[in-house]
Each structure stands twice: as C-alpha cells, then as structure tokens.
Write a protein that binds this ligand. Structure first.
Ligand SMILES: [Zn+2]
Ligand SMILES: [Zn+2]
Length: 120
C-alpha cells in the first residue's frame, strides 16, 4: 500500500511535523511532511491512525462507532487541530536534482581553467 521511504535511512527527526516541507539538517534531503488519516469505510468517522509494518492503518481493529472493520486512508491537505489527534505524519523525500547540479558545477570548474596570459 503506502511505502515508507525513510525506513532504511535517515528518519528526518529534526523536520518537525508542523512544517509542511524543508531540508533535513541531518541528511540534506528535501523532506515533505504528509498527513494521513483513516476513516471508517462504513460510517466515515475518523479513526486514530498509526503506521504499522509500513502501512497506514487504524489504531483499532473495528470502528468504535459502527463496528465495521474496513477503513479508508485519506491524505490531508490541511492539518487542523481537530485532525491532529487522529492523523499520522509520513516524511517523504522529494527528489531534487542535487546530484546533477553538483556534477555540473564540478565540470564547469574543470573546464574553466585559469586564464593564462599568452606568454611570448
Ligand atoms: Zn534526514
Ligand atoms: Zn464506522
């Protein structure tokens, strides 16, 4: 279902969930915070959401309102105070072309040698 890209490397701890995106000071990746919430597929009530084994799931097995055990995952665009107690944050690394930028920079420097004055 939902893969957690941060699982194997940096957990970007310093990128607090109250910012929507920013550079991780630990690894230099551009990290986007995404909020998810689970709802009951039956009565649509919000469920306390957790991440377990790489999946976004409801904290409880059954809906406390209607007893259903099927839930849907929803991404939140705006995190409000009502949802913050239910939602879970995922930190997603945004690929920016840092690598090629560095490469270009090195190349440019290599091919821009010190301009020697012609010596006669
Ligand atoms: Zn990081
Ligand atoms: Zn329900």
């Amino acid at each position: 279902m939902f893969k957690l890209p941060w699982q194997k490397s940096c957990s970007h701890e310093k990128n607090t969930p109250n910012i929507s995106a920013g550079y991780c000071p630990d690894c230099g990746e551009y990290v986007q915070n995404k909020w998810f919430i689970t709802r009951c597929a039956c009565c649509n009530i919000k469920q306390k959401t957790i991440v377990k084994n790489g999946k976004i799931i409801s904290d409880t097995k059954f809906c406390r309102n209607c007893g259903s055990n099927s839930f849907v995952v929803e991404e939140l665009n705006n995190l409000d105070i009502v949802n913050i107690n239910y939602a879970v944050v995922l930190k997603q690394v945004v690929e920016i072309r840092k690598q090629s930028f560095i490469q270009t920079w090195i190349e440019e420097n290599t091919f821009a040698p010190i301009k020697l004055l012609p010596s006669y």
